[in-house]
Each structure stands twice: as structure tokens, then as C-alpha cells.
Design a binder for this molecule. Structure first.
Ligand code: XIL
Length: 363
């Protein structure tokens, strides 16, 4: 339902959002004190917190967020109650943070970091180097200046949040759907070495951060996931400081890699000594047969199975959904109207929520 992305909020707006969230807590932290306009089922703010179950399972449970929604009390309240991990859906990408060369704008990113700290959430930074959300000036640079721009961008962004952002998606979507490396401006001008430079620059800026390669369409087994596997092996062989792989998991229900293949892929990445995370999960159901309740039931099982694959695999340390409420999802604009997330548009828990809960509780 949401526009793709947009307004960057100021620190003041973030502070107001935080105040409004804290005011809504009423001090008890145990749910709303007055009836809410949401009918049945009850607001997710009344469900057991997913984050407690996640903690008990030794995993982080995360959501991609946008700072402009934090001013909505139920958005902030649901997020803080159920999640202990956040990712910026947009506001830490190159375009919003450095739209003009050397001119940085961290307002949106800061608002997210402030909210996370106030609510004891960890943060995954996303994404330092991606061929999208890339300002035009970067793409226009000659090779030597492009390399310098990448290094100074990464140094500025990562060092700003050193010690606050524990995990960074350093390179996003560098493998082509058709095999090999994606034909980006980075590859064209710098060759494959750009990946190594990006990871080394991030490591220099925050030696304590876990540095991740993130991609889609490589969750299970197959050519693209073999290419991702081969890429991260090459990086490891060269001593590049990569510590993890993100499996995006934007899937359509009943048309996704099998549980066995996802488990095998997680396991082989883990065997390289890498951490694995499910980084951008959402489950489309518009093409599932049956009425709405049947589609939601299929979605519940998909969430349960995929989150359960992470809790079953020692290398998998986190699951992040790409949003958390159907009110705001990129899926509607990209794949068509859908309801891909665990909370509905009124912030009520959907069957998918209980699928996640079951998985985190080992059921
Ligand atoms: C998407 C956001 O959800 C949109 O709001 C934005 O306009 C474009 O990017 N893979 C990624 C994410 O790694 O950064 C993308 O996020 C979705 C696909």
C-alpha cells in the first residue's frame, strides 16, 4: 500500500516520534490502556512479544523500517514490542545518504538508530554498495574516481555508526540472474575487485562489524546460489573480511525453493565459517488458490517453515522481514497488490504471525 520510499525525517521528528511512542506505552509496557479502534483480531500490541521467543531461540527477529512511519503510534508500538532487530528499508542507501559528492545527510539513518537504541534493538545497516538507489554522479565517474568515491562513501557511513551498527550489508545483489557477476557500473569500471575493496573499506571503518554479502534468488540450490557460494569462497580465499551471507527470501507462497534446498544452502555457507541470515523475507499470496483465509493459512505455514529453517541451522542468526505490516510493503508497488507480511494493515497479528511464533518456539 505504501509509496516506495521518500521523505527523510529530521532528528526533531524522530525525537517526537519517540516521545509519542513512549507516551503510548503508559509505563506498564503491557499493552494499550484504552480500547483501540482496531476491531478483531486484537492488535498485535497485545500478543506475546516475538522478540522474547526469538531471544529464547538465540536468534534475532527483525523488520525493515522507514523513519517516517515511526510517528504512527501503532507502527512504533508494534515494532518495538515484537522486534529486536531493524534494518533501514531505504535510508542508509547511497542515494539518501550522499546525494551529492561529499555532502552527507544522515537524518533518516539517525532517526532509525535513535529509535533502535531507545528500544534495545540491534541494527543491520543496508546497503553500502548496490547498483540501485545509486546517485547519478557516482555512475558517471571514471574508474579511479569511482574507486575513491566508494571508499570514502563506505568510510563515512560505517564510521558514523561504529559500535552502533553491528552488521552491514556491504555489497547487495552483485550476482546476475543469468549467471556470473551482474553487469553493473562497478563491474564495468573496476572489475570484480570492487567487491573486495568494499569489504576492506567497511572493515577499516569498523573492524568489529559483521560484514555481509546480500542477494535474492539464491536462497535454495541452483545456478545463482552456486554463483553466490563461489563468489564468497573466492573472497574468503583472498582473505577478504566477509563474515556472512544474507538470503533475501522475497518469495511467492508455494513457488519457492524447497525447505531441503534452503537448509542445504544455509549449511554449506555455514561450513565456510560464515553466518547466515534471512534478510528481507516476505511471502506473496495473491496467486494462491482459495479464499482469503485459505491463502493466509498457506502463508502461515510458509512463515513457520522458513523461520524454522533458520532456528534449526546453527549458522543462521537472524530473520528479518521486509517490513512488518501489510499497510506498508514494497510488494504492492513491485509485484502487485498483496498481503505479504505477518501483521495486517491495522497492525493485527495475521496467521503468519503465529507461524513465526510457532517456529521460534520450536513447534
Ligand atoms: C526496496 C525498498 O523496499 C523500496 O522501498 C525501495 O524503493 C527500493 O528498494 N532488495 C533489496 C532492498 O535489497 O533494498 C529492496 O528494497 C528490495 C529488494
Amino acid at each position: 500500500m505504501a509509496a516506495a520510499h521518500g521523505a527523510v525525517v529530521t532528528r526533531r521528528a524522530a525525537a517526537l516520534a519517540l516521545l509519542s511512542f513512549l507516551a503510548g506505552c503508559g509505563g506498564s509496557g503491557s499493552g494499550p490502556t484504552a480500547p483501540t479502534p482496531t476491531p478483531t483480531p486484537p492488535p498485535a500490541a497485545e500478543q506475546d512479544p516475538l522478540r522474547a521467543d526469538a531471544e529464547a531461540s538465540g536468534r534475532l527477529i527483525g523488520a525493515a523500517i522507514q523513519s517516517r512511519y515511526l510517528a504512527e503510534p501503532l507502527y512504533a508500538r508494534t515494532l518495538a514490542r515484537h522486534f529486536d532487530y531493524v534494518t533501514a528499508e531505504y535510508e542508509m542507501k547511497w542515494d539518501p545518504t550522499e546525494r551529492q559528492p561529499g555532502v552527507f545527510d544522515f537524518a533518516g539513518a539517525d532517526a532509525i538508530v535513535t529509535f533502535a537504541a531507545a528500544n534495545r534493538m540491534q541494527i543491520k545497516g543496508h546497503a553500502l554498495l548496490w547498483h540501485q538507489a545509486l546517485p547519478g554522479w557516482v555512475a558517471a565517474l571514471p574508474a579511479n574516481e569511482l574507486q575513491a568515491a566508494i571508499e570514502s562513501h563506505i568510510a563515512a557511513v560505517v564510521s558514523r555508526y561504529r559500535g552502533q551498527i553491528a552488521v552491514w550489508d556491504v555489497v547487495n545483489e552483485a550476482v546476475a540472474d543469468s549467471g556470473g557477476l551482474r553487469d553493473t557500473v562497478f563491474l564495468q569500471k573496476l572489475g570484480e575487485g570492487y567487491l573486495e575493496q568494499a569489504f576492506r573499506a567497511a572493515h577499516a571503518a569498523d573492524p568489529g562489524a559483521l560484514l555481509v554479502y546480500n542477494d535474492y534468488g539464491s536462497e535454495g540450490l541452483g545456478r545463482k546460489s552456486d554463483d553466490v557460494y563461489a563468489l564468497v569462497r573466492r573472497l574468503l580465499d583472498r582473505g577478504v573480511p566477509i563474515g556472512g551471507v544474507g538470503l533475501q527470501m522475497h518469495v511467492a507462497a508455494q513457488n519457492r525453493p524447497s525447505n531441503a534446498d534452503i537448509a542445504a544452502n544455509m549449511r554449506r555457507l555455514g561450513a565456510l565459517g560464515l553466518r547466515v541470515n534471512v534478510s528481507e523475507m516476505d511471502v506473496r499470496i495473491r496467486n494462491v488458490a482459495g479464499d482469503l483465509s485459505a491463502r493466509l493459512e498457506v502463508q502461515r505455514r510458509e512463515y513457520r517453515d522458513i523461520v524454522g529453517l533458520c532456528t534449526a541451522e546453527p549458522a543462521c542468526h537472524a530473520v528479518t522481514f521486509w517490513g512488518f505490516t501489510d499497510r506498508y510493503s514494497w510488494i504492492d508497488g513491485f509485484f502487485g497488490p498483496d498481503d505479504p507480511l505477518p501483521f495486517d494493515e491495522s497492525y493485527a497479528a495475521k496467521p503468519a504471525f503465529f507461524g513465526v511464533q510457532d517456529a521460534l518456539r520450536g513447534r
